[in-house]
Each structure stands twice: as C-alpha cells, then as structure tokens.
Design a protein around this ligand. Sequence first.
Ligand SMILES: NC(=O)C1=CN([C@@H]2O[C@H](COP(=O)(O)OP(=O)(O)OC[C@H]3O[C@@H](n4cnc5c(N)ncnc54)[C@H](OP(=O)(O)O)[C@@H]3O)[C@@H](O)[C@H]2O)C=CC1
Ligand SMILES: CC(=O)N[C@@H](CCC(=O)OP(=O)(O)O)C(=O)O
Length: 337
Amino acid sequence: MLNTLIVGASGYTGAELAKMVHVHPHLELAGLYVSANSLDANKPISDLHGQLKGIVDLPLQPLTNPEAIAKQADIVLLATAHEVSHNLAPIFLSAGCQVFDLSGAFRVKADDFYNEYYGFEHQHAQWLEQAVYGLAEWNSEAVKQAQLIAVPGCYPTASQLALKPLLDAGLIDKNQWPVINAVSGVSGAGRKASMVNSYCEVSLQAYGVFTHRHQPEIASHLDCDVIFTPHLGNFKRGILATITAKLADGANMQQVSECMAGAYQLSDDAHAVRLLGEQTASIQNVVNTCFCDIGWKVQGQHIILTSAIDNLLKGASSQAMQCINIRNAFPQLTALV
Ligand SMILES: NC(=O)C1=CN([C@@H]2O[C@H](COP(=O)(O)OP(=O)(O)OC[C@H]3O[C@@H](n4cnc5c(N)ncnc54)[C@H](OP(=O)(O)O)[C@@H]3O)[C@@H](O)[C@H]2O)C=CC1
Ligand SMILES: CC(=O)N[C@@H](CCC(=O)OP(=O)(O)O)C(=O)O
C-alpha cells in the first residue's frame, strides 16, 4: 500500500480525493491536512462534507511541519491554492514523494507567465522544468516517469481533449484561432466564501474576458492560439465548452470522425474520454463521473465541438487519480468507475 496524504483536504477537490483514495485498493489514506491556522483544524472531514460520514471520518490536521510528514508519505496530493502548492511541492519532492499538484503552480513553463497571470514570481525553476503536465490521455508516457505531475486546469482539460486530436492531425486551420466559450459551475471557484460566488450574486455571465490564465495554458499546450472566454453558470458543478474552429482546406466530417476515433480508441487500459459523434455533450451526463464527453458536427469548413466534464473530477481530482494510476502502473480508472 502507498501512504497517501491530501493537503487542502477540506476543499471541494480535496474531499473528492479523500473518497477516491479511501476506495483505492493500493492506496492508504495516511493523512488529511489543512493550513496551520485553519478554522477547521482537528474537525473530522465528514463534519464539513456530510456525504463522507461513516466512510471517511479522519480529522483535518493542521499542516505545521510538512518536512516531518513528508518522511512518512509515498504520494502527496496538493489540493491547495497556486501559491501554497508552489511553496509546499518542493518540500515533499525533496523527501522523495510523488507529488500530484491540482493547482496551476507547475503547469506552464513560459517566461514571466507566473508574474503576469498568477501574481507571483516562480521560485522553483528546476521543479517547473521537471514537472509533467498530467493531461492523462495524452501524456501517459511522461507521467509514468515523473515525480511532479501538474494536473491541468478544468477549462484547459475540456478544451484540449476536444481540440488536440484535430490539431495534431492538421485538420484545423490554425490561422483562424479556435474560439472556446465555456461555462462552469460555481464549485470551480473553490469552497472559500467570496462575494462573486455568493448565491444572490451568481448570474450566468462571462468573466476574465481576454485575461483568464487558462488562455495561455490552453494555447501553450496545444501550440495554437485560441480565443477563450469562461462563463460562470448558476449551477454547482460541471463545465461545458463549446468550441468553434475552421477546418483545414479539404478536411471533412469523415476525417474528423476517424481522427477522433483514432485518438481515443479504447486500448486494454480504459481512459476517460467518451466520444458522442454528432450528439452534443451535456453536463448532466458527466457530473459525478470521471469522464469527458465530446461531440462534434461539421458544416462546410467549420466545426463545432462540445466537450463536457465535471470540473471537480476530470477537471481536477479524478484526473489527478488517473495520473496516480498511470504513474504507479495501476489500471487507469482504478477508484474512478
Ligand atoms: N474547484 C475546481 O473546480 C478546480 C480547482 N483546481 C485547483 O485545485 C486547487 C484546490 O481547489 P479547490 O478544492 O476548489 O479549493 P478550496 O478553496 O475548496 O480548498 C482549498 C483547501 O486548501 C486549504 N488550505 C489553504 N491554505 C493552506 C495552506 N497554507 N496549507 C495547507 N492547506 C491550505 C483550505 O483549508 P483552510 O483554508 O481551512 O486551511 C482548503 O482545504 C486550487 O489550486 C484550484 O485552483 C483545479 C481545477 C478545478
Ligand atoms: C468558476 C471558476 O471560478 N473557475 C476557476 C477555474 C478553476 C480551475 O480550473 O482551477 P485552476 O485555477 O487550478 O486552473 C476560475 O476561473 O478561476
């Protein structure tokens, strides 16, 4: 059994991870942590997340000495804010732990990216260089060798899984930037109270227009510029991305369908992408699952793709678990289906 710690366990993605680790046949849930001064320190996690009652009742421990707990851990899941992950990851990595970071702290290697989009200067260039981007269906060979896995963001997961096969196959005209409009449930913003996320303030609307940090994350990993506009929806969880692009000269529906099928053919080791062909993806069909559903339709030279995920699962926790499984040679969807 691999001793597994969750830091940031009281948050939305942390609680999802606690459930998964608990049911995983090869992982031992060795500790749940919150910040040293957390108001929730020492409470059972199930006091905060009632669905865990009788399943996981372990206490949320204050993280006062990460160096000490690192010595007892094989795997550490960081379900913490970007800057917290940035500061903590090197401590666990130096102790030899495998680190799976759900934040954006190690996802993008471009110069000045962290100053510009995250508001802090990255201090761990070496770890940033070594980090592997955990887009599970695409980077499994690199994930198998990695010590630090940067789990992709929620919008980037939904967007890239739909566009990457077509871009790699040269079926998209890159001169016409793909346009991604995506709507997320409010849990995407985390559990901490804030005015923009409070019940009476939430209304379906765009935000972060031209400035959201996921635009460069998507563009850099796809190696293609995109227009990305996120929207906040008045529902709890799920993301639907609707993506419009121009096909390369001569590309047609049949080529697109063959390309998608080729990219996501089910091998012996099942993955988490489900292809819908001409049907459209819906949030209802993916919420509380580890799947990304993708549909597409072509008219003339244009394609519209729809891609749906649960932001807390394929957009965060279940993708982290897929990466743990890949890294440790367990079947990819262990603890997820
Ligand atoms: N929500 C989503 O859909 C997605 C989230 N992510 C990313 O995953 C990470 C976690 O997100 P989410 O679960 O939504 O966040 P939450 O805000 O719900 O939870 C954050 C957790 O971190 C804890 N925490 C805060 N400061 C520290 C600290 N210094 N040391 C240890 N623990 C700390 C909090 O507890 P306390 O404050 O009591 O200490 C809480 O348990 C973030 O980086 C987020 O950007 C990625 C993809 C999707
Ligand atoms: C609705 C909402 O607020 N969503 C979050 C995205 C959450 C996510 O993917 O997290 P990372 O920050 O780890 O990339 C946002 O737009 O900031």
